[in-house]
Design a protein around this ligand. Sequence first.
Ligand SMILES: *Cc1c(COP(=O)(O)O)cnc(C)c1O
Length: 506
Amino acid sequence: MRTESRKQTDLFESFFLHQEEESLQAFQSQVEAVMQTFTETFKQADHPFSGVQPEEIRRQIEAVMDITEEARPFQDVLKEAVQPVIRDSLHVSHEKSMAHLHCPPLLTGIAGELLIGALNQSMDSWDQSPAATYVEEAMIRYWTSRAGYGNQADGVFTSGGTQSNYMGLLLARDAFCQKNWNQNVQKQGLPEGFTKLRVLCSEEAHFSVKKAAAQLGLGEDTVVSVPVDEEHRMDCSALRLIIMEMEEQELLPFAVFATSGTTDFGSLDPLEELADICRENDIWFHVDAAYGGGLLLSSHRHKLAGLEQADSMTLDFHKWLYQPISSGVFLLKDSDHFKWIAHHADYLNPEQDEQEGVLNLVNKSVQTTRRFDALKIFLTLKTLGTDLIGSMIDQTIETARLAAQEMTRRSAFYPANPEPQLSAVVFQYRPDDGDGDVDRLNRRLQQALFQDGRAVVAKTKVHGETHLKLTILNPRTSIDDVKDVLDRVEQTAVHQRTEGGSLDES
Ligand SMILES: *Cc1c(COP(=O)(O)O)cnc(C)c1O
């Protein structure tokens, strides 16, 4: 009986990571096989995208998705099934991939992911992450201090900007309900009169603010858009006026969500003035710096002046800090506000733990089981140092500035933000003869470029009209790469117009 059960468990030896030689060798050979498959396939991918049609990709993926009852050699699976995935992925590290806020990951981040997976620590309770807990705490202290916060500050790693914004709105809401109605939302739900609550953000703010309002039972209509100035920054006099009007209508504006680095234009709301307005009106001030947070390490740091006055903020490391997805933080000026989400579970973080000084990070998170993302940030900062990362960010800002200049010089290119504040340039291609449907042309240009695969740009709408967008996050992207992409836009436009637009409407 005993020998039989022994044999049975022996079967599993080489599938897990443990101290036995057999396991360590299997681990090494799998990692090597991944590297080999990856580099072989990746080397052939000299464009940001293969340009293969969606239907064809789907067909190829479905062809390898069969799951069998028997095991197979890992190497075979990589070769047969993973290669097509690698081949038709978007190659975000390619210097001509410049569409979204979607960064090339640093090697330290990629290596960090391997460590994170191998260690598989869970950040909810100290006994599941006895060392990792302190790494995260130290990284949070690093970023709170970098952001200019004092000793009362605290924070937590999140899955990204959406979750961080959600947390900001959640804590702002609960703090306000306690103060205004003496109601504990966590225990008693929303107070009567909650329909009067209002959140203010610029019309360029990220959609996750509205999503958070919906999910928090306030409804999207709670979020009121404040107009922006010509540089797409929140207009402070408009904000003052709206707050005044709301007070007359007995509405309750309880939170302002500023954006440092809007998703399209990378515009930076005027934080110092907004902080003043919030202080005067006793309103929670949240800064969404998912994109602009990268400036904290750059020589453009001064553009974030006032950030330290925020009650809470969002930073993303998978945007402009070159980390693999996912990784971000939510930072809070006064750690006391984490009490609005604290919950004690007997099996995980009983109150006695806290009395004995055990640090269970679940108290600060809306997640329970949570990744050890702090490790890859730590590994990156410790290895590269902040100057080098800062100069990468500076480089992309400079390339974006030159890109906008280049567009201004060329006919038919109309940058919507000729002096980009960060590294995004929004523009429209308008043929000189002024004929035809410009909106349609720009939409098709983006599609045609993507299908060609040699350059990846994004599209967005400005005042209802389709524009193209370059988001330059890769410091290896040079102005010559940008010029090539603009040439390609031009050629594609000429082709589109002579062919009468042969692409499908979809
Ligand atoms: C990307 C982005 C978000 C959302 O962050 P995720 O990490 O994608 O969840 C929020 N705000 C801004 C300004 C962003 O650019």
